[in-house]
Write a protein that binds this ligand. Structure first.
Ligand SMILES: *Cc1c(COP(=O)(O)O)cnc(C)c1O
Length: 399
């Protein structure tokens, strides 16, 4: 850039008074933080007693994630170098050969499969999602019990899904076009074929296996368990229980696959993954979130959740017509969950009406409807102390 151009650039800065040459200073940031943008925009905020739902913006980032973002936003670095170095650290933490921060678990699925299909052949990378006539494989085998909307991430590569039920079905379905055998952890108990058998079948037929564990931490052991088990790639969400950036996730797996997946990601743009950009702040934020998550005292945190749930349960249980139950899902969203149900002849309220009441209260509260006369409550994405407000408001609404 010529000096003249630089000066031209400067001339677009506002004149007069104390002009800051660098507009992106820490001072500007703390000033920006004083603005209540939700209020300015008229966007409703609420206590999230429902859970890690994307439409409710998932989870709240930990303060150390924000610190990581603040530590990184004022310097440039090479995107690939950052992904390389963060990836190496994470791979060692999760027992995989390689790892990369993706734009959520969903993009991890697309990119992981893309990596399987193309390896590091750039000419192949450019052809996705048009696989026909390329010699690339084009089918993904998955159990019917593991059929969910998110499998669309896999078909984004151009592959088609082949759904099966039994081991015999798998053996019939495997052919020279089979690219991947995909597993969905949250429904592991629904399918006829379990994790280990799935991996063994993959190995038997020389087909890579993948596992979607997006919402399956805690337990923290799941971050290493499926890599140890031999899945070729595994994806997890960064913006659920890990409480990293909501738009981040982690793809971990065999080096060959991750190296291939990287070619489908920014900074490159000749691929299907250019729109799955993760910025440097999210990358370091996700890295730190994971680091903390893997070393946190999850038993202590679980006890806090149980206490918070008990506060809400104890408040609503005495209400005439109300019954409560606390359970912990065995797979996925493994957190104490309070089911509040009521006798419709005593409390003339549908769950939809209750939701509206809580939503329109001050502060606004979101819970999950269950049946016509029941709701679910979790506390794991709430701030400490908010359970008392939820307890009071829920009791009032049911009385
Ligand atoms: C949440 C979820 C996803 C999507 O994860 P993102 O991180 O939001 O991309 C995929 N699969 C399952 C099973 C999920 O629960």
């Amino acid at each position: 850039m010529k000096r003249r151009d630089i000066l031209k650039g400067i001339s677009i800065l506002p004149l007069g008074g104390a002009v800051s040459v660098l507009p992106f200073t820490a001072r500007a940031s703390s000033k920006a933080r004083k603005r209540d943008l939700y209020k300015e925009l008229g966007v409703r905020t609420f206590i999230n007693a429902a859970g890690t739902y994307t439409f409710m913006t998932g989870s709240l980032m930990h303060d150390y994630v924000i610190d990581a973002i603040e530590s990184s936003w004022q310097e440039f670095c090479l995107l690939d170098e950052l992904q390389d170095k963060v990836g190496q650290k994470i791979a060692a933490m999760v027992h995989s050969e390689a790892a990369v921060i993706t734009a959520g678990a969903f993009s991890g699925l697309t990119l992981g499969l893309a990596g399987v299909l193309t390896g590091t052949d750039v000419e192949k990378v450019k052809q996705l999602p048009f696989l026909e006539g390329t010699g690339m494989k084009s089918e993904v085998i998955c159990q019917n019990a593991h059929k969910i909307d998110y499998n669309h991430a896999l078909t984004n590569t151009g592959c088609k899904m082949v759904y099966v039920d039994t081991v015999e079905d798998v053996e019939k379905a495997v052919n020279e076009k089979t690219a991947l055998m995909h597993f969905l952890n949250i429904e592991a108990d629904k399918g006829k074929i379990g994790h280990e058998e799935w991996v063994a079948l993959g190995k038997k037929y020389n087909v890579p296996t993948s596992n979607d564990i997006a919402a399956d931490v805690p337990p923290v052991s799941n971050l290493t368990r499926f890599n140890d088990m031999g899945f070729d790639f595994v994806v997890v969400s960064g913006g659920k229980a890990i409480r990293g950036p909501q738009s981040a996730g982690l793809l971990m797996g065999k080096k060959k696959i991750i190296d291939g997946a990287r070619l489908h990601m920014p900074p490159r743009g000749y691929n299907i993954g250019r729109g799955m950009k993760v910025n440097k702040e999210e990358i370091v934020g996700m890295y730190v979130a994971l680091e903390h998550f893997m070393t946190a005292d999850h038993d202590a945190e679980f006890k806090v959740w149980e206490e918070q749930i008990a506060t809400i349960e104890n408040a609503v249980k005495p209400v005439n017509g109300v019954s409560t139950k606390v359970f912990v899902p065995k797979l996925g969203n493994i957190t104490p969950t309070l089911e509040v149900s009521w006798d419709k002849s005593v409390i003339k309220l549908t769950s939809k009406e209750l939701l509206e009441k809580l939503r329109n209260g001050t502060p606004s509260i979101e819970v999950m409807p269950r049946e016509e006369n029941s709701i679910n409550i979790t506390v794991w994405v709430m701030k400490r102390g908010q359970e008392k407000i939820v307890a009071k408001k829920l009791k009032e609404a049911l009385t």
